[in-house]
Design a protein around this ligand. Structure first.
Ligand code: FES
Ligand SMILES: [Fe+2]
Length: 447
């Protein structure tokens, strides 16, 4: 790996990594999306080094619950042991390397490898193996040496479980920094807590993972890329189609009504949040809750809790989204030009059946495998990947809003007690990407 890294920095074929990321002019060299060597380095320096989201604790609530996840290319699984503690294990049998957790989730006191039958308990200890009595192993062999391997770091912030393959990574709290305030809003908007609703939607697109990293921060694309969704919404309103009007965000008003405030925050370590006021709040599933929050905390806090469009990127691979639906979007790289994305719909515990119904219909309408929004984005990612591969422009340009960049946190952010590294005041401005590219460069060139 060092050879590849040196050639990236010093070889004749490539410029230095720092020359590929031009934050002053707000542009990145398109080779960062297409080069296989850069991709390999990203696995080593980003996906194997920093914190990655695995699951929400509502997905492993009970003793012996397990949940399979990925850390970049590595398969792992969470397993809640007999004493209620949570561990994360590499999904690898100690015998000859087969994956042992082959279901997405479940509950098991022990898990047996399906190759030769070695079985492990919930603490990861090797329990037994078939034909153990006459195994006649090498004298060095002992069952104690052949337990499952734990992932070195596992921490939880407000129910969000993260792990890192890097034993010396700074704490999760330190990693999240002021992005914690946005996670707090996601959780506190549900007075009785959030829960991941059953089921997940996993899809793949033929494009680089960084397209997805950028995209849910991209306020400029939505009224163009998702024009057919906006037209459909207009027609539904015209037809007074109540079934489909419930809970829909009036996206076109967000772009056309200049009284709507919006902006973005860049936090340290690549995290970023895009936000906007909500034009037709009364159609959200939790509008009654908004009115309640307003009474309790006043308008500004109530807006932050449930009256604003909020997307939070926790760099590099998870979005907490609260707009057309409330969802967690997890993604991972499969190769330099293929990415897997999994969506989970998030519900508020104890909400009324009517609210839950609106929430689910709205989620399916826009985001599930057949939703109107998701596929629009993936097509554009694939078009970008195809475009990058052709000789042509060297740079991806993102300087919209250059003149509006602020290093002083705006009043809305101050009301939350956050200090952003960079702040923007328009939904469509692209300075929001600066933080994530800065973090990309920091991780890629760190020791
Ligand atoms: S590889 Fe798992 S028991 Fe042999
Ligand atoms: Fe989109």
């Amino acid at each position: 790996m060092n050879i590849a890294r040196d050639s990236l920095e010093f070889g004749s074929r490539y410029p230095r990594l720092s020359e590929l990321i031009d934050l002053e002019k707000m542009r990145v060299d398109r080779r960062v999306f297409t080069d296989p060597q850069i991709y390999q380095l990203e696995i080593e320096m980003i996906w194997e080094k920093t914190w990655l989201f695995l699951a929400h604790e509502s997905q492993v609530p009970n003793c012996f619950d397990y949940f399979r996840a990925y850390m970049g290319p590595h398969s792992v699984f969470l397993w809640r042991n007999a004493e209620g503690g949570l561990q994360c294990f590499a999904n690898v049998c100690a015998h000859r390397g087969a994956t042992i957790c082959n279901s997405m989730h479940g509950n098991a006191r022990s898990i047996s490898c399906e190759f030769h039958g070695w079985s492990y308990d919930s603490f990861g200890r090797l329990l037994a193996m078939p034909k153990e009595r006459d195994a006649a192993h090498h004298p060095d062999f002992s069952k104690e040496k052949f337990g499952l391997k734990s992932v070195p770091r596992l921490e939880n912030y407000r129910g969000f479980i993260f792990a890192s393959l890097n034993p010396s990574v700074p704490s999760l709290l330190d990693h999240l920094g002021d992005a914690k305030a946005m996670i707090d809003l996601f959780v506190d908007s549900a007075p009785h807590g959030i829960e991941i609703l059953p089921g997940a939607s996993t899809t793949r697109f033929k494009g680089n993972w960084k397209n997805q990293s950028e995209n849910s921060l991209d306020g400029w694309h939505a009224d163009v890329t998702h024009a057919s969704y906006m037209m459909t919404q207009k027609n539904r309103t015209k037809r007074k189609d109540q079934m489909f009007m419930d809970g829909s965000l009036d996206l076109s008003a967000m772009y056309q009504d200049k009284s709507m405030e919006s902006g973005f925050y860049n936090f340290k370590n690549g995290h970023a949040s895009l936000w906007s006021d909500w034009p037709n709040l009364e159609q959200r599933p939790n509008y009654a809750q908004f009115l309640e929050f307003k009474k309790l905390y006043g308008e500004e806090k109530a807006k932050w809790l449930s009256g604003r469009f909020r997307n939070l990127l926790v760099y590099p691979g998870i979005y907490l989204i609260d707009h057309l639906s409330t969802q967690i979007r997890v993604f991972r790289p499969l190769s330099v030009d293929e990415t897997e994305v999994t969506l989970y719909c998030v519900g508020h515990r104890g909400e009324s059946p009517q609210s839950r119904n609106v929430r689910l219909r709205q989620y399916e309408d826009c985001f599930n495998a057949g939703g109107m929004i998701t596929a629009d984005d993936y097509i554009e990612f694939e078009r970008c990947q195809a475009g990058y591969d052709n000789a042509g422009h060297q740079w991806n340009e993102f300087s919209r809003g250059f003149d509006r960049l602020q290093t002083e946190t705006d009043a809305h952010g101050k009301a939350l007690g956050i200090k952003a590294e960079l702040c923007g005041s328009q939904f469509e401005d692209e300075g929001i990407y600066i933080g994530l590219w800065k973090e990309w460069l920091r991780l890629m060139t760190s020791d």
